[in-house]
Design a protein around this ligand. Structure first.
Ligand SMILES: [Zn+2]
Length: 97
């Protein structure tokens, strides 16, 4: 499986927004280490009260307090689906985007 951002094997290293070796990083990453990727937002998957979380450390506290397992949002199934949709689009329209 090849990463659609950097065209390197997904098995090597981390891939995704701001993670790929060739992906440009926003300037603040590394400056504010507690910055939540994607920005502050409500987490509806954490419970019916959908806590509003602003930082990584707050996210971690909520996960522990709620006795939840941290879940990687974009798992293998997500990428499989994205690649399939991409291939279907390409076949149907002759365009990749
Ligand atoms: Zn990549």
């Amino acid at each position: 499986m090849i990463c659609d951002r950097c065209y390197k094997p997904l098995a090597e290293g981390e891939h995704g927004r701001w993670k790929c070796p060739l992906e440009p990083r926003p300037a603040y990453v590394g400056v504010i280490d507690d910055q939540l990727e994607g920005g502050p937002r409500r987490f509806e998957t954490m419970g019916h009260d959908a806590p509003y979380i602003e930082t990584k450390s707050q996210w971690k506290r909520e996960v522990i307090a709620r006795n939840l397992e941290p879940i990687v949002k974009h798992d293998r199934a997500y990428y499989d689906r994205m690649f399939r949709q991409h291939d279907e689009r390409l076949r149907d329209t002759g365009r990749a985007d």
